[in-house]
Design a protein around this ligand. Sequence first.
Ligand SMILES: C[S@@+](CC[C@H](N)C(=O)[O-])C[C@H]1O[C@@H](n2cnc3c(N)ncnc32)[C@H](O)[C@@H]1O
Length: 244
Amino acid sequence: MPPNRPLMFHRLADHYDDLVGAKDYRSETRFLESLAQSAGRSRGRAWLDVGCGTGRHLSFLRRHYTVTGLDASRAMLRVARRRLPGVRLVLGDMRTFALHETFDVVSCLYSAIGHLATERDLRAAFANFARHLKPGGVAIIEPWIDPSDYHSSFTHLVTHRGPSATVVRMSYSSRRGGHSAVHYHYLIGENGRPIGHFEEVDIGLLVPRDRLLALMESAGLTARFQREGLTPGRGLLVGIHGRP
Ligand SMILES: C[S@@+](CC[C@H](N)C(=O)[O-])C[C@H]1O[C@@H](n2cnc3c(N)ncnc32)[C@H](O)[C@@H]1O
């Protein structure tokens, strides 16, 4: 199955950073680096960010690590390339990519794995992360919202007014069985153009933390969940390649 491709990651990729708004990638990266140093056992400096999007974590990570970014969206990578000249950025699907090398850290952040539709896809992605880690290397994965924390009937509004565009996103969350379904409406006003309206329903897989940890373990990662993370309420899954 092709990856779930929300509009934000292709048609609206040029507005992704505006929509994300005040997310503090610099301090998030500091936190991730210290987690990688304390959890990892391989001690090298090679970092792969899977689902790197527009490359904002990479822009800080590159100061201390040799970085590679991978994403399934050409449009997101195009934005990342403008931000990160000289950085290796690869088009690929997290379930199937094969770089034929290993890294000290593989990260997958801002719930990029939430876009996988089935447990089978998650298994494939975790196995692939493990395959790309050195022995003792660490996977740092930011999960999608835990099913017990996911609120239906929730309305959320984001607006951004920039010099060349005004962007509005309003969303409404609901559930479809074991999936989240967030209905987004976008209004994009670019200077000199009529206002564009786009809408879509973004489907995410709701998987309990214990199940995510079990899937990581079966991929050969010694896994734990930690509450302290990046996005409030999501925490982080941390997996060391190999057994303790
Ligand atoms: C919410 S964005 C996060 C981007 C970035 N990590 C950040 O923190 O801003 C999710 C990203 O995951 C990518 N993505 C979704 N499904 C993917 C897949 N199967 N393989 C690789 N990337 C994928 C999307 O294209 C998008 O850039």
